[in-house]
Design a protein around this ligand. Structure first.
Ligand code: GLY
Length: 364
């Protein structure tokens, strides 16, 4: 059931290991990269669930560990959180030739990757993602960042990990809503570039989400393989990597319009955003209506939201959502950026969408 996926980036190449129960083998996987003391950074919640197990697996291989536990939540991914982590890393005694382990979801992974990129001008790090979203997206590809007052993920750098260890059995401890939100990113891979994978998900997605290890491992590994291939061809997002943002222009704007609150998780925004991106593609004559209906039907069938009306609370105003899109970090000269589709598995990047078309869709 175990899969190893290479990310081919020359001297920055690394492997993604995907399997249930992999945490028990973390020591052996990490050993070739470890030297001196290895800080293991996590958050309170993940520490309660998985930290001792990981530390034991590392100590079993005689790796000297130094746990660092951060407060759980998005506010840790800030300048203040970065400063605290950098101090703790320096105090841990990790040296330039050493490495750091990030155990957690996207917040921990993004923050640790950034800190690893700047402490002592760059230290290696290993990603041990514990959420579905982190296993299929944020732990792979080397994007690291913190949030600032002006927006999310606006300060960061590209710093590839040395290794990604995705233990799919850890996903069983996730709340159902968070697991589903991560699944939106899995479905995204089929929608943006692999019609066969999307059909497979239509048949097996529910089994993966219901705790079937083999199916979930296949879904995570396939998603990682697609991301690894895209990143290998376009590490710095000069072109193709932008396709990974399918559903994100609408999704980010909806997250912003709902105040980044519990009303809408990132993956839920992506699910609604993907549905809207396919609907927009149909309206603009790029895509056939049955494809858009299949996207909506599958996301709905697993229990993800597919329309703005499903967001609890007051409906976000279309003009405010559009204003957030205009401020998206990918927008240029006031022109909106979208990933649209020709069919399931065939997407393209465009700046040629009028604001009127978007407003009409949002109002519909
Ligand atoms: N999450 C999108 C990317 O890594 O490019």
């Amino acid at each position: 059931m175990s899969k190893t996926i290479p990310v081919a980036l020359g001297e920055r190449s690394y492997n993604i290991h995907v399997a249930p129960g992999l945490l028990a083998h973390a020591g052996a996987l990490v050993k070739p990269f470890a030297s001196g003391v290895v800080p293991v950074v996590t958050d309170d919640e993940v520490a309660r669930l998985h930290l001792q197990f990981l530390l034991a697996a590392l100590r079993h291989e005689k790796i000297e560990v130094q746990p660092i536990t951060l407060p759980t939540g998005e506010s840790t991914k800030s300048f203040a959180g970065l400063e605290r982590l950098v101090s703790a890393l320096i105090a841990s005694g990790v040296d330039r030739g050493g490495m750091i382990i990030a155990l957690g979801g996207g917040v921990v992974g993004d923050l640790v990757g950034f800190a690893a990129g700047i402490v002592k001008r760059g230290i290696d790090y290993v990603q041990v993602p514990t959420t579905l979203l982190a296993q299929v997206d944020s732990s792979v590809g080397g994007k690291t960042a913190i949030n600032v007052a002006e927006g999310k993920n606006l300060v960061g750098l590209f710093h590839q990990p040395k290794l990604v260890i995705a233990d799919t059995a850890l996903l069983k401890s996730l709340p159902k809503r968070q697991l589903l939100a991560g699944y939106a990113e899995v479905a995204k891979y089929g929608a943006l570039g692999d019609a066969e994978f999307f059909s497979w998900l239509e048949q097996h997605g529910n089994a993966a989400l219901s705790g079937d290890d083999a199916t979930m491992t296949s879904a995570v590994a396939h998603s990682c393989r697609m991301k690894a291939d895209i990143v290998a061809r376009d590490e710095r997002e000069g072109g193709e990597r932008a396709l990974l943002n399918l559903g994100h222009t609408f999704g980010h704007a909806l997250e912003a319009a709902t105040g980044y609150s519990d009303r809408l998780l990132h993956g839920e925004g992506v699910s609604i955003g993907m549905t809207l991106a396919f609907e927009l593609s149909v309206r603009l004559g790029h895509c056939d209506a049955p494809s858009a209906r299949r996207i909506r039907a599958h996301l709905e069938s697993v229990g993800l939201p597919v329309s703005i009306a499903q967001i609890p609370g007051e409906r976000p105003d279309a003009k405010i959502v559009l204003a957030h899109m205009e401020h998206d970090k990918k927008a240029r000269n006031g022109r909106l950026t979208f990933v649209l589709a020709r069919q399931i598995g065939e997407s393209f990047f465009t700046r040629d969408v009028s604001k009127q078309a978007v407003l009409e869709l949002l109002a519909a």
